[in-house]
Design a protein around this ligand. Structure first.
Ligand SMILES: Nc1ncnc2c1ncn2[C@@H]1O[C@H](COP(=O)(O)OP(=O)(O)OP(=O)(O)O)[C@@H](O)[C@H]1O
Ligand SMILES: [Mg+2]
Length: 372
């Protein structure tokens, strides 16, 4: 039995600065959910944690919120160590996928709840300002049950923002919305974040969502961060096959380095030889490597194209499928030894214009920067 203080530490609530997670591990019995994870989220940035189901995203957020304590490691904001403190002591608020609004209170009362509990005299005024920010002022008198999912989600965001947390955690907040509303809310959330300038940490397993919204994306896998960077950088220069496959689609094949063309490493796979710009080849010579190329970098050809200095080709192969998605036409090509590759070409009439028909023998080619 012990004696505990019930008084919240104001010093902790007022912590300011970058969010720092230092060597944090979380074990549930002998299962490691988060494995020696370290990361710094700069103050005021929009940060996305992206990864497949079960990789430890929610567990990481819960440790930042104080809803879970790390087995080892520290969570800090600026120089203030928050490890071990209670959720209400931290300058952190969370928006969950389930909106968790109080059903018996109006929208305005829901948003004013936090400031009222902290004894702020202008709680209702603060609530109105937060509702204006998410453009929900006109529904302030409604009860949550009388609103759509998207509207409730905005209120949930207002209810978190009204506390002016140093860090706002968003755990799959758009998961329950339909695709169109989801895209709209992504833009809205980004606008709100820019307007309020708070640190947002957004958890999602939707790569498009992470890339649209975040300044920095961390790709998580099995409790660890596999790669972190600006969205374009991760897409363009993934350092592992997991990241390459998780962010968009990639045609990938095992390859080995067989020499140099000038200073460019040359890789070989099933009789094909391709060079890779030096900065795109992160694997030391002699080690197993995966050669990868994005479908939108490829073009289809009837004949094997003549290869100049900056071109590459694969094939011939057999066209297995053609589908039109609106933005592009997507082809699947069976390439002996290399597997089935995707080729995305813009526009609709490529199939007809080039006389490409299913089961036809064709070659894939690429100009510019093949591989990574
Ligand atoms: N309280 C718990 N007890 C035991 N295991 C847990 C507990 N909480 C989480 N886990 C396990 O830890 C792992 C990570 O869970 P977590 O909820 O962080 O995943 P996630 O990345 O958020 O996944 P999702 O995208 O499905 O929400 C999972 O394998 C999960 O089963
Ligand atoms: Mg989760």
């Amino acid at each position: 039995m012990g004696i505990f203080t019930t008084r919240a530490s104001t010093a902790l609530r007022e912590a300011k600065g970058d969010l720092r997670i230092e060597n944090v591990t979380k074990r549930f019995a002998d299962f490691v959910a988060v494995d020696d994870l370290s990361l710094v989220v700069p103050r005021g940035s929009f940060f996305a944690l992206l990864g497949p189901s079960g990789c430890g995203k929610t567990t990481t957020l819960r440790m930042v919120a104080g809803l879970e304590q790390p087995t080892a490691g520290k969570v800090l904001i600026g120089d203030t160590d928050l490890t071990g403190s209670r959720p209400y002591e931290r300058p952190v608020n969370t928006v969950f996928q389930s909106y968790a609004l109080f059903p018996h209170l109006t929208v305005r009362e829901n948003v004013a709840f936090g400031p009222k509990r902290r004894g702020l005299p202008d709680a209702l005024k603060l609530a109105d300002e937060a509702l204006a920010l998410v453009e929900m002022g006109h529904l302030a008198q409604r009860k949550p049950a009388m609103m759509s999912g998207g509207q409730q989600q905005r209120v949930a965001v207002a209810r978190a923002l009204v506390n002016r947390p140093e860090v706002l955690l968003l755990d799959e907040p758009l998961g329950a919305l339909d695709l169109k509303l989801r895209r709209q809310m992504q833009v809205e959330l980004k606008r709100i974040q820019t307007e309020v300038g708070l640190t947002f940490i957004h958890v999602t397993h939707d790569q498009e969502e992470a890339m649209t919204m975040a300044d920095t994306v961390a790709v998580m896998n099995k409790g660890q961060i596999e790669q972190m960077g600006a969205p374009a950088e991760l897409y363009d220069l993934p350092t592992t096959t997991f990241v390459a496959n998780f962010l968009g689609q990639a045609n990938m094949v095992e390859a080995k380095q067989v020499g140099l063309d000038g200073d460019r490493p040359v890789y070989e796979a099933f009789g094909h030889r391709w060079w890779v710009p030096r900065h795109r080849s992160s694997v030391p010579a002699g080690e197993p490597a995966a050669y990868g190329i994005r479908p939108e970098k490829l073009r289809l050809n009837h004949e094997r194209p003549a290869l100049g200095g900056s071109s590459a080709a694969a094939g011939p192969g057999v066209l297995r499928d053609v589908s039109f998605t609106g933005v592009s036409t997507q082809y699947l090509v069976d390439l002996p030894g290399l597997g089935t590759w995707g080729v995305f070409e813009r526009g609709r009439w490529i199939v007809r214009r080039r006389g490409v028909a299913r089961s036809r023998r064709i070659c894939c080619s690429c100009r510019g920067w093949p591989g990574w």
